[in-house]
Design a protein around this ligand. Structure first.
Ligand code: HEM
Length: 370
């Protein structure tokens, strides 16, 4: 078992520089105990996601030095990043690949929370904060796609505007009609580099505050036999031992660096795509993989599916902790939930495959299918 931590004012670190810093910043307070299972990779996925987000912010700040959000300049500035800016192609590709990998770690993290029933009381609201994080991250991927200002970005923007129109007055912000003073590309750029990141970071702060408040959830099914008045996190520490949170942070950093190495390798092998020059009258591209399950519904129901299905999906996700009323988080008790997740994932994968093999159709009024 790990050693207990020093109390404030009792730092006895032999290194005088570290002692000086610690006495002023109280860093040893970060070594509070967390259950030993927090260091397993399944329980580190949230931290790895945050590490990836930090890399996305750093590479995004670099790209912003060269990107020009005016419609007449945007594509040329992306070409400048690829061909001329120092390490521009690498950092652009790292940004692209990391966005894909973070989407994967975020989904796996949410799946772990779902399967282990860690959204149950008292963590329902933190699940809802997580659903918000998922939505904001999707928004970042979507606006990032438009910024490329290639055919795919242009078509994404047309969909954005059509969805805005479906929302009536409330959707005006998503259309160029909102203002004649600033092109919509520039407003989506501001959303991508300021509004959505601020929202994301505020939600991350709320998420982490609640994790600290409740402690990391115990392993599924461990609520049976809990000592009266104990939280599951406290019980888990008593039963399985603990690691200092600083040690957990080191684990996260190790996995985060590995993720960054993978994204860098992908960036070196495959550059982030920049599609054809915009042909404003034609629809011929398909969205990135995380939006693909929606694509067939556009064919079957029309563009309104892109508004109502995500709303229904996010509302359904947010409702999960209030539907699961089982007394235990054990997988044996909640097998019906896990089976439902398997069915939903299989449906999403099948829809994506179908979307991938189908021919791009016409969905936006005024544009023709490719
Ligand atoms: C930007 C995205 C996110 C970040 C950085 C993040 C980070 C974290 C971290 C570090 C933890 C501690 C345990 C662990 O790492 O597994 C955690 C727990 C949790 N997360 Fe997230 N998360 C994100 C997205 C989500 C999403 C999309 C959901 C659900 C839809 C979610 C729901 C929860 C819940 C309910 C907990 C508490 C469960 C427990 O204590 O085991 N999170 N999150």
């Amino acid at each position: 078992m790990a050693q207990t931590t020093a109390r404030p004012g009792q730092t006895r670190d032999p290194n005088p520089v570290w002692r000086w810093i610690d006495e002023r910043l109280g860093l040893h307070d970060l070594a509070y105990p967390v259950p030993a299972h927090a260091n397993s990779v399944l329980y580190t996925l949230g931290g790895i996601t945050l590490f990836g987000i930090i890399v996305l912010i750093a590479t995004g700040v670099y790209l912003t030095q060269f990107y020009h959000p005016a419609p007449t300049e945007a594509r040329q500035s992306v070409e400048y990043i690829i061909t001329t800016a120092r390490l521009g192609d690498f950092f652009r590709s790292l940004h692209f690949w990391m966005a894909n990998l973070v989407m994967i770690t975020l989904l796996l993290h949410a799946l772990r929370v779902f399967v282990t029933g860690a959204y149950r009381a008292p963590r329902e609201l933190n699940w809802i904060v997580g659903v918000g994080l998922f939505g904001v991250f999707m928004g970042l991927v979507f606006t990032g796609t438009v910024l490329k200002w290639d055919q795919e970005g242009w078509e994404a923007l047309q969909h954005n505007e059509e969805i805005g129109k479906l929302l009536g007055g409330a959707g005006t912000w998503f259309t160029p009609e909102f203002t004649v003073s600033t092109p919509i590309l520039q407003r989506l750029f501001i959303a991508h580099v300021a509004i959505l990141p601020l929202l994301l970071l505020s939600l991350v702060v709320a998420h982490f505050f609640l994790i600290k408040h409740h402690g990391v959830a115990s392993l599924p099914g461990h609520e049976e036999g809990r000592a009266p008045g104990h939280t599951d996190a406290k019980d888990a520490i008593e039963h399985e031992g603990y690691v200092p949170f600083t040690n957990h942070l080191l684990h996260i950093a190790g996995w985060g660096l590995l993720l960054t190495a993978l994204a860098s390798l992908l960036a070196l092998l495959v550059s982030a795509p920049l599609g054809a020059v915009i042909d404003p009258g034609e629809e011929k591209t398909k969205p990135l993989w995380m939006f693909l399950p929606l694509y067939p519904f556009e064919d079957w129901i029309g563009i309104k599916a892109l508004l109502w299905l995500p709303i229904a999906g996010f509302a359904g996700l947010a409702a999960v902790p209030f539907i699961d009323r089982f007394s235990s988080s054990s997988l044996r008790t909640r097998w019906v939930f896990v089976a439902a997740a398997v069915v939903v994932i299989a449906a999403l994968v099948s829809l994506s495959i179908y979307a991938q093999v189908s021919t791009p159709g016409q969905h936006v009024p005024g544009m023709v299918g490719g």
